[in-house]
Design a protein around this ligand. Structure first.
Ligand code: DGL
Length: 272
């Protein structure tokens, strides 16, 4: 495999920039191609077949760009499409579900994990399966929280309204039996609400809760896969990112908050 080739990262839109952020921090010498399917976002409300079809388009676009690996940054796309993508792709495809599941059960004493994500991610039960394969004794409870996506995109990550929405969603999970001790953020957007979610969960859950964001676990998995396939770039810094979107709407402006740094040079492409 060509070690100087870029790593392809795709997401339904902007949210995958939280994963790209962790990848850039972990692998500063690598080049990345980021594809945000902003024309067809959200994926979280769509059916499995539609998400698989969109994901295949995204994979095809990245392959044409000559990437050495593909990271499916979107939880919904990972949950629904990863096996299909892995089956047909000539390069390794890494999703976010398994690294996230592993991160959630890594802590000693994890007994019950509350998984929060889009309706699609929760409906797919992909996290339950991943967690069960890794640690059958751990109980997993899926809880859809769709309003967190627009809140994060609008920059509403603290204050009265996001707090009310958080209470609305987490109250049900707080009452669930057995008691949740770990809250896994299974959506690209939720790390922006990390402080609020962690604070509310620890105020209303009966016992202390550990809130887990999986982005750095995904980056570690990518790094490991690069080593195993002898595809790691030898540079230790200076990597670049090329951004592609299927619709330009506010990507640079909103994306900056997700990536933690300014974004420029975004190209609009037609992939469908
Ligand atoms: N990227 C999606 C995910 O992580 C959230 C946004 C959407 O629904 O497309 O599931």
């Amino acid at each position: 495999m060509d070690s100087v080739a870029p790593i392809g990262v795709f997401d339904s839109g902007i949210g995958g920039l939280t994963v790209l952020r962790a990848l850039m921090a972990c692998l500063p010498g690598e080049d990345f191609i980021y594809l945000g399917d902003t024309a067809r976002v959200p994926y979280g409300t769509k059916s499995a077949n539609t998400v698989i079809r969109y994901s295949l388009n995204n994979l095809d676009f990245l392959q044409r760009k000559g990437v050495k690996m593909v990271v499916v940054a979107c939880n919904t796309a990972s949950a629904y499409a990863l096996p299909t993508l892995q089956e047909i792709s000539p390069v390794p495809v890494v999703g976010v579900v398994e690294p996230g599941a592993r991160e959630a059960i890594r802590r000693r004493g994890t007994k019950t994990v509350g998984v929060i994500g889009t309706r699609g991610t929760i409906k797919s039960r992909a996290y339950e399966r991943a967690m069960h394969a890794l640690a059958p004794e751990v109980v997993t409870m899926g809880w859809p929280c769709p309003l967190f996506v627009p809140l994060a995109e609008e920059g509403m990550v603290e204050g009265e309204i996001p707090r009310a929405v958080t209470l609305h969603y987490l109250q049900g999970l707080a009452r669930a039996e057995p008691r949740v001790d770990t809250l896994l953020l299974a959506c690209t957007h939720y790390p922006l609400l990390y402080d609020l979610l962690d604070h509310v969960a620890n105020s209303i859950f009966a016992a202390p809760v550990t809130t887990v964001d999986s982005a750095s676990a995904v980056a570690n998995e990518v790094s490991l896969t690069l080593e195993e396939t002898h595809a790691a770039c030898e540079r230790s810094d200076g990597g670049r990112v090329d951004y592609f979107v299927t619709d330009l709407t506010r990507f640079e402006e909103i994306g900056e908050r997700f990536l933690g740094q300014p974004i420029s040079g975004v190209t609009q492409v037609d992939i469908g």
